[in-house]
Design a protein around this ligand. Structure first.
Ligand code: MSP
Length: 638
């Protein structure tokens, strides 16, 4: 069986998981599930990055040991991943003894091969980032990455000969276009590699920092967290202690990372692997960031969105769907609660949920909950829907393989829209009235097949709801991509049940209350605007006056138009109105009507119109707006 090994970054235990972390892990879960659906044997790895100075410091502040601190945070991540229904195969922690053993073996090997040497080091150290910088790197004397103050440090340390492998790496990246994805990230890395690569300082003296993996060849030192962390991808699958397992899974098919950790993954990591004589991973894929108000979501900016309360209020499937649907993989995406509500209401409540409700209601009403047998000969509308349905699984899978998950979801959503349109066009309720049971059966049967297909193909994204949908349709087949290739997924006679609403509509203000979201006044204004509301200032721009009709006549060249002369007090104006169908010119003279007087003049069918009258239209007839007392022409309407 073909294998698929996918990893997420391992998360620092100094933060509780926010939407940014959740995104990477949800994405990995969705890809893992699609690959399982495609029949592959999948290994999905995630975990926590637990060493380093920050962890030691936080633990000290809370009066607990670093390991106790890590246990608390690792559990928070695990709990969040459970709440999001993520099915990983292993959760690695860098404090796992097995992992530590592998890090030490790897370091010893590098040392024995002469790839590690000791040297005196003078540099600037950024404590929060746990990184050294040279004088040249600093920006205004501060850390170029986080802009926080740096400390000058002079000490003996161990270095890894990265520079030795620079040319090899450039050549490798150039000849393996799949290696760094998306393409523009590959160019970014090659750009970085144009400058000479410094050797990497891979040790920290214990007297300064003891919470780390001890160097096997010098017990006075621990190793740099990134060396420890990157090795998780190979220790998790058994390197140096379970060769069979390692051979089964390595090389990883995809390392999913955020764009913030591209250099460590696309430069340090391949060089470490090369020096250890280990094969390269197939692809390193860097996604963009979730932004809030155009800034990266994260702990340091205090704008992190808590996935826990979101999952509690909208359910894990909706959050999963939103994250996958609203980020174009590789680019940044902007998070907003109003964006989330409208996306989910449109795609899941209006389109998918509505379609399921329609189909199950009708099968229940017209066929006593038994899926009917379709006609032998199919009509053109049904054949058209078959065309959409037949290529659905291929299109979805192609998009998944090329990491266009938002497009995969768009393909599925447009299939649902096509099915809703099919129902509107064929009007099964009308077919039922007319007694055309053959066509009625065909429509409901076909729509059910499409829904079942969509249900399977959405399973990786909304596993729980898709199960509910498939249960309502009495789907008994396999959960696999190949099952989608069949024409009939749910056979005639299946017991269709009416499920409770799959995705009840969300209400933004309700949700805000539940989540305790406070919105800024300018946001409120923008929203009202988006909902089509106008301000009082905008309304006051429309000038309305009472006009008395002096005369009315039919327009010579247009049946629907009447030409009116109207008295507006200080002036008379000509209006062209589309009311000839509803009023006889003779009955109009003397009526006091309401006229928009500050509308730009227009020429309609060759007649000048200097304003517009107001009328009510209920779909059956049109009625002029008049005033109910006899006011003077030219009176303002406010
Ligand atoms: N511990 C390192 C990774 C070591 S991997 C060998 C680390 N951890 S982290 O917790 O700070 O972040 C991990 C990942 O979280 C990021 O690379 C990214 O994938 C994800 N995100 C954190 N904030 C994010 C957003 N605002 N948006 C999207 N993803 C982001 O770096």
């Amino acid at each position: 069986m073909e294998k698929f090994y996918i990893t997420t970054p391992i998360y620092y235990v100094n933060d509780k998981p926010h939407i940014g972390h959740s995104y990477t892990t949800v994405l990995a879960d969705v890809l893992a599930r699609y690959n399982r659906l495609a029949g592959k044997d999948v290994f999905f790895l995630t975990g926590t990055d637990e060493h380093g100075q920050k962890v030691a410091q936080s633990a000290e502040k809370s009066g607990i040991t670093p390991k106790e601190h890590c246990d608390i945070y690792a559990k928070r991540f695990k709990d969040m991943w459970d709440a999001l229904n993520l099915k990983y195969d292993k959760f690695i922690r860098t404090t796992d003894p097995e992992h530590i053993g592998v890090v030490q073996k790897a370091l010893q090997k590098l040392f024995d091969n002469g790839d590690i040497y000791k040297d005196n080091y003078v540099g600037w150290y950024c404590v929060p980032d746990e990184r050294f910088w040279t004088e040249k790197d600093l920006i205004n004397g501060k850390c170029p990455e986080c802009e926080r103050p740096v400390t000058k440090i002079e000490e003996e340390n161990y270095f890894f000969r990265m520079s030795k492998y620079q040319d090899w790496l450039i050549e490798y990246i150039q000849s393996n276009p799949e290696f760094i994805q998306p393409d523009f990230r590959q160019n970014e890395v090659l750009g970085f590699l144009r400058k000479p690569l410094n050797d990497l300082c891979i040790s920290r003296p214990k007297q300064r920092l003891s919470w780390g993996v001890e160097l096997p060849f010098d017990t006075e030192y621990v190793t740099y967290v990134w060396v420890d962390a990157l090795i998780n991808y190979i220790s998790a699958v058994g390197l140096y202690f379970d060769q069979e397992k390692f051979n089964r899974w390595w090389p990883a098919d995809i390392h999913l990372i955020g764009k913030d950790i591209l250099t460590t993954h696309a430069v340090y990591w391949p060089i470490l692997l090369k020096a250890l004589g280990i094969q390269m991973p197939r692809t390193i894929f860097a996604h963009g960031w979730w932004m809030v108000d155009e800034r990266k979501m994260g702990k340091s900016l205090g704008n992190a969105i808590d996935p826990e309360s979101l999952v509690k209020t909208i359910g894990e499937d909706r959050l999963r769907y939103y994250l996958i649907r609203d980020m174009v993989l590789g680019q940044d995406a902007s998070y907003s609660l109003s964006g989330l509500v409208s996306r989910l209401n449109n795609d899941l409540s209006n389109d998918l949920g509505n379609m399921l409700a329609r189909v199950t209601n009708m099968v229940s009403a017209y066929f006593d909950c038994k899926l009917p047998q379709p006609a032998q000969q199919l009509d053109t509308e049904t054949l058209k829907l078959h065309q959409v349905m037949d290529k659905l699984h291929k299109e979805v899978w192609e998009n998944v393989e090329s990491m266009k998950l938002h497009d995969a979801l768009e393909v599925l959503n447009s299939a649902i829209r096509a099915a809703n349109k099919y129902i509107e066009e064929t009007q099964p309720w009308q077919l039922a009235k007319e007694g055309d049971s053959d066509m009625l059966a065909t429509v409901l049967f076909t729509a059910t097949q499409l829904l079942a297909k969509v249900g399977i193909l959405l399973f990786p994204v909304i596993p729980q709801k898709s199960q509910e949908l498939l249960t309502a349709l009495d789907y008994q087949g396999e959960m696999s991509l190949s099952a989608c290739a069949k024409d009939t997924l749910v056979p005639p006679g299946a017991n269709i049940t009416k499920p409770p609403s799959l995705f009840p509509r969300l209400h933004l203000n309700d949700l805000r209350k539940k989540l305790g979201v406070i919105i800024k006044p300018e946001e409120q204004k923008q929203e009202r605007f988006a909902e089509g509301l106008i301000t009082i200032e905008q309304l006051s721009k429309v000038k309305l006056k009472v006009g008395r009709i002096i005369s009315a006549k039919k327009a010579a060249n247009a049946d629907k138009l009447l030409l009116l002369e109207v008295d507006l007090g200080k002036e008379r104006r000509n209006l062209v109105a589309g009311i000839a169908q509803w009023y006889n010119p003779d009955e109009l003279a003397g009526k006091n009507i309401v006229v928009v007087t500050n509308l730009e003049p227009a020429t309609i069918r060759g007649h000048k119109s200097q304003g517009m009258l107001l009328a009510a239209d209920d779909g059956n007839s049109v009625s002029l707006l008049t005033v109910d007392k006899n006011v003077e022409p030219g009176s303002e309407v406010k």
